[in-house]
Design a protein. Sequence first.
Length: 274
Amino acid sequence: MLELKNLSVRFGGLAALDGVDLALGAGQVLGLVGPNGAGKTTLFNAVSGLVRPGAGRVLFDGRDLAGLAPHRRARLGVGRTFQIPQPLARLTVAENLLVAQRFGAGRVDPARLAEILDFTGLAGKAGRDAAGGLALSELKALELAKALATAPRLLLLDEVLAGLESHGKRRFMAMLAELPARFGSAVLLIEHDIETIHALCPRVAVLDFGRLIADGAPADVFRDPAVVRSYTGTGADADAAMAAGARAAAARAAAADAAAADADPDAGAGWRDA
């Protein structure tokens, strides 16, 4: 579905992306990790049309996206979130989704919007409150809901768990685990938390200084000496970088517990941090 071929982006003398080759198939989930400044968000911006690559190609279903504006890419099925939520603050939750759906899909589908509101736990706030007054966990849920409203076949998720407390993080992990099967989207996920990557992503790619240095199963990638050095700056034993892997089972269990909590009396009444 998505193919990046020799993708390069420069800002002045800085190579934000340097010859990246990466592919993601329909329905697949890929975690994208790397130290701060590695080029992860730049890669998202190049795929979604917010920056123009200096070299290389972005192919979506075999079509070169060069020169296509973000709204045209959205109509093809490329959706994304931003690390810092960007709601239309004066509009309600429901109005935010209507705008997103019109932008991305070109039409309004009330049934799909209702499904998205239920899935993200925002149904109880859909028509009541201005989005600018939502709590952080609700804003994160709205960011995901807007992206889903565009009917994406490829969903780029930029640190959707960042800043969430334990309750909100568990709810989000449960949603993300269910999302590909329920909505049919391939997912490319930027995330710093290694436990989350282990729990949600069967495959992970690592960027460092704009270069792709590893791509494979998390258990293998996080033992790669080059990956360890990129995070620690040393040749430290890779087992230290894998300590989070031992906690991944607990993260997966927490996600499963949250998914099974259908009897939660707060479900549908909105999100909250705990």
